[in-house]
Design a binder for this molecule. Sequence first.
Ligand code: HEM
Length: 229
Amino acid sequence: MSKPAGPPKGRRTTVALKLLMAGTGIIFIGYVLLHMYGNLKAISGKESFDTYAEHLRTFGEPILPYSGLLWIIRAVLILSLVGHAYAAFKLWKRAQDARTQRYAVKKAVSSSLSSRWMRWGGVALLLFIVFHILQFTTRTITPGGDAGSPFDRLVNGFSLWWVFLIYLAAMFALAMHLHHGVFSASQTLGWTSSALSRRVARITGWVIALVISVGFTIPPFLILIGVIK
Ligand code: HEM
């Protein structure tokens, strides 16, 4: 009997799962970049931030209903999150099974350390997103008090040092996740075949991680120290 062409099924599935992680990860990077840009409008003041928040809802009217774009974005994010978490869990299970069956080649300590970082960092980010949505979208948790204006809700929340600290910790976790995620995605997409391209992927990971985490932290920090009020 002739052997089937191409890599074995197990390896094909692993590659498909990694592609799913990389693709959904790129969607998240696009989203957080836009979200960060929107948040920076808080520096220009209440009118600028509140107008932006309203535009997010009226964008595309009358072709789209009110909040139509927001719901499209939400649907894409939820589907991506399900895909990203599913692939992460499956890949972790596969690595786990391979280890107990003694199939796996011994991995470098640093590689298993960073994958542990990714796993627990990912869980921490998931918890943060739940807290974040309860705070700013459903307004179930309103530290500092609720308000009619999105800008006032932002200022109320980040005037409290402990709310700032929760976000600071989350931005640190996000930076680590992005740094490693960008490198892993580059590897999956075959962009790390030479020493130079590996270096470029690593530096790109750090730049994306720094820009996003610092960009997100600026408005809450300016609120905490009373520059934005
Ligand atoms: C310091 C960091 C952040 C601040 C100050 C912030 C602020 C906000 C605010 C004010 C809203 C409500 C916007 C509105 O309803 O008009 C919001 C919504 C949201 N944020 Fe953030 N955000 C931060 C980081 C993040 C990060 C890192 C993520 C994702 C990883 C994220 C994901 C979301 C999501 C999914 C929504 C809900 C959008 C919706 O469905 O209405 N945020 N954020």
